[in-house]
Design a protein around this ligand. Sequence first.
Ligand SMILES: C[S@@+](CC[C@H](N)C(=O)[O-])C[C@H]1O[C@@H](n2cnc3c(N)ncnc32)[C@H](O)[C@@H]1O
Length: 240
Amino acid sequence: MAKLRGQERARYVSRMFGRISRRYDLLNTVMTGGRHYAWRQLAADAATASNLSGAALDVACGTGDFAFDLARKSNIEHVVGLDFVPPMLALAIGKARRQRLSAQTVFIAGDAHSLPFADDSFVCATVGFGVRNFIDVPRALSEMARVVQPGGRVVVLEIVRMEGRGLHNRLLPWCFQRTAPLLGAVLAGDSEAYSYLPQSVDEFLSASQLADVMGSAGLRNVRRRSLGLGMVAALVGEVA
Ligand SMILES: C[S@@+](CC[C@H](N)C(=O)[O-])C[C@H]1O[C@@H](n2cnc3c(N)ncnc32)[C@H](O)[C@@H]1O
């Protein structure tokens, strides 16, 4: 796939997530051996560990799992999930109903680069496996920092480009590049979407670079934890 930029990339990403929305959860579970649930829970723990209570925001919410983890926290009154792909939002709304979380969650259409909320609206903002798809990561992270109250947290959970030349660091991306399109073809009938996945990781930032971008977005005390044999990172920053 040719390297896409700007609005052309945003349109491609939006169409692609629309196509695979129904198979998205299944593919996540197969590709991570079910670990993606634990990673979001750990990230939700970190997002809500401040002593603030109030509303939470989950950006690029997809089918809603991160929002549901936040909604179950005692200091979170309700969660807004935002995504720019309507079929993803429809699935999230259905899952909220089945998990009896409709009263605590609201799912809305919107773009991560221009959040439709006033400053300091939330006690935390999260994004799970979303920033890699954004066309302007610094801007989207600044938006997340803007809408969170001072003392609140911004949490990014993402597949990152592995650093270092060790065998492990080269072997894992190599396997990922070969297996993801195959699984996408078999389980979602869409090998193209799952070729985009490893390519987007290859073109993305490493965990340390992502931490630097979070710092430049005004977040303080940025910490990161490596997950999934180093392929995934959970990063937490505080709003000053
Ligand atoms: C890989 S999915 C992640 C879904 C969910 N957060 C999770 O943890 O599984 C990426 C999501 O980001 C959304 N997305 C990508 N770019 C976006 C943007 N600029 N604004 C809002 N949503 C976006 C896509 O529609 C998709 O639902």
